[in-house]
Write a new protein. Structure first.
Length: 568
């Protein structure tokens, strides 16, 4: 065995590659491709495919192309082409100079179609789309031949060339492969190769009015690019016989070397979201979310906007592995991946999301002390920072209760807590808003000898709270994101139930009166932090707010996946 193919990731696709290289198939080359349709933004399922295709190529000293399947101009846009390139680069992969488009091959695909007609393997059919479907048969009943199936080669050539010339209206005719209408595989029952479609293409303009179907263009594009392993998701398994038929029937040897092999793997299904590009587009176009990069969306741009890192998504894709059977992956695993990374790399800071003012009455009115705090106890090399402490501070509303239950260890009338990195304080008086009955302010006292790190700071109290100095705090808007859907599998089919009815009305909560420590004034947009006791947050470089800095919650602190794994 070639030493270069040892110690590679163990999965069934890599095993196929190992065997191919051992026998010298395709000269031992490994050449893959990532072939997205530019009709929407990529989602986390595409990230799995990106990591797999580029990763296998790199692991086997091979190459990976980026090829856009732009065969349906009615749904495609340059915006999507650009977003896809950005997503692949952001994930950390490069196609170098190997970016291609199916439209690069329109002329040669047309010539290949003429070749099929001349061989008697394709014909022009005048049936409507509805009639073709009716003639196709069912899974248990064979189809029946089109009345146009026995047209002569000369007539088919004439009609197809006139289709190309624009003589017929949209939908009037199609070019079909001539295979077997009784085939047990319904995809082999004379599939459509070309249809008439007048739509301006984002690259070729109005040069063409006929466009190849994906199942026809894809294997030939693979062959022309000398792809060795054409990796796709399981729904294309039933299409593989037509993939192979096309390569068998078309003589492409003058333009390409070797023959590609289609291999299918299980697509990613992620809990509490949908992976249908059609449904994601509907959510965008009907305003259920704020664009393709809404941080609640499972798009790569959505995860980027929320604050996920490329490394965390690559780690997730590695962990879920490559399987032959579809399954549901718990989104908690993805959340665990970003927590694990940020636990070590993200600075800890103090942020009060729902502020409650505390006045420390025995603290000097004009005094400001600077207390030292660790930036990240998991990563001491990140050092320390100084925080201002003063007479008036903010703590979380949830850190105080007038009548607390037995196991509540935060602040209450007559009780003490420690302020993180600072002093122990005691609640002496509660000021209540007479109009609302809500707690408006606390009057407290502090123990001057209890400062954290001081010589007499050893006095113990059960509760510790984060805080910010009122005089120094920065205003911030904080956006708390949750699962987009309320149910684990919103795609589950229930008669009469629309998937949009399962949207989570609490998937976004915006808090506009938040207070964060003053050092964040120097934070660069795009920086990630752990807000103590709150979760991991991302300083959104795109968001605008009149209230100050805007932070997106990437994920809460609780890690259910890690607990599940520990218990298993």
């Amino acid at each position: 065995m070639d030493a270069s193919i040892t110690n590679l990731p163990s999965n069934f696709i890599q095993n196929i590659i190992n065997e191919d290289r051992k026998v010298g198939k395709n000269g031992g080359r490994v050449h893959t491709r990532f072939p997205p349709e530019p009709n929407g933004y990529l989602h986390i399922g595409h990230a799995k495919s990106i990591c797999l295709n580029f990763g296998l190529a790199a692991a086997n000293q091979g190459l990976c192309n980026l090829r856009f399947d732009d065969t349906n101009p009615s749904k495609e846009d340059v915006e999507y082409v650009e977003s896809i390139q950005e997503d692949v680069k952001w994930l950390g992969f490069s196609w170098d100079e190997r970016m291609f488009f199916a439209s690069d091959y329109f002329s040669i695909l047309y010539e290949y179609a003429l070749q099929l007609i001349k061989k008697g393997q394709a014909y022009v059919c005048d049936l409507s789309a509805e009639e073709i479907k009716a003639y196709r048969g069912t899974l248990t009943e064979p189809g029946k031949n089109s009345p146009y199936r026995e047209r002569s080669v000369e007539e088919n050539l004439d009609l197809f060339q006139r289709m190309r010339a624009g003589e017929f209206p949209d939908g009037a005719r199609v070019l079909r492969a001539k295979i077997d209408m009784a085939s047990p595989n319904i995809n082999m029952r004379d599939p459509v190769l070309y249809r008439i479609l007048r739509a301006t293409h984002h690259r070729t303009g109005d040069e063409w009015c006929i466009y190849p179907m994906y199942d026809y263009a894809h294997p030939l594009s693979d062959a022309l690019e000398e792809i060795t392993h054409s990796i796709c998701t399981l729904e294309f398994a039933d299409h593989r016989p037509f993939y192979d038929w096309t390569l068998d029937q078309v003589d492409y040897s003058a333009e390409a070397q070797g023959r590609p092999q289609q291999i299918e793997f299980a697509r990613l299904n992620l809990s509490y979201t949908v992976m249908s590009k059609r449904k994601l587009r509907e959510l965008v176009e009907k305003g259920f979310v704020d664009g393709w990069d809404d941080p609640r969306m499972p798009t790569i741009s959505g995860f980027r906007r929320r604050g996920y890192t490329p490394a965390s998504i690559r780690d997730f894709c590695d962990r879920i592995g490559v399987a032959k059977r579809d399954s549901m992956v718990d989104i908690a695993l993805l959340e665990h991946c970003i927590r694990e990374e940020l636990n070590f790399s993200a600075p800890r800071v103090m942020a009060v999301l729902r502020p409650l003012k505390v006045i420390i009455e025995n603290y000097p009115v004009d005094q400001v002390e600077w207390v030292e705090a660790e930036n990240n106890p998991e990563n001491p090399e990140m050092g320390n920072r100084l925080l201002p402490f003063s007479r008036e501070i903010f703590i979380e509303q949830d850190d105080f209760m007038i009548d607390p239950p037995k196991k509540f260890f935060r602040l209450a009338p007559g009780r003490e807590i420690r302020l993180k990195n600072a002093y122990i304080i005691k609640c002496e008086e509660v000021i209540v808003d007479e109009g609302t009955g809500a707690v408006a302010e606390l009057r407290c006292s502090y123990d001057p000898e209890s400062r954290s790190g001081g010589a007499t700071s050893g006095r113990k109290v059960k509760g510790t709270s984060h805080w910010v100095s009122a005089a120094h705090a920065l205003d911030a808007e904080i956006r708390l994101y949750d699962h987009l859907f309320m149910v684990e599998n919103p795609d589950s089919e229930e008669e009469g139930v629309d998937y949009k009815s399962k949207l989570n009305p609490m998937s976004l909560e915006i808090l506009r009166d938040c207070k964060v420590e003053p050092g964040l004034a120097q934070a660069q947009p795009g920086t990630r932090f752990q807000f103590m006791r709150q979760g991991y947050f991302y300083l959104d470089p795109k968001a605008e707010s009149e209230t100050g800095l805007v932070f997106n919650r990437i994920v809460a602190l609780r890690d259910t996946w890690a607990k599940i794994q520990k218990g298993s």
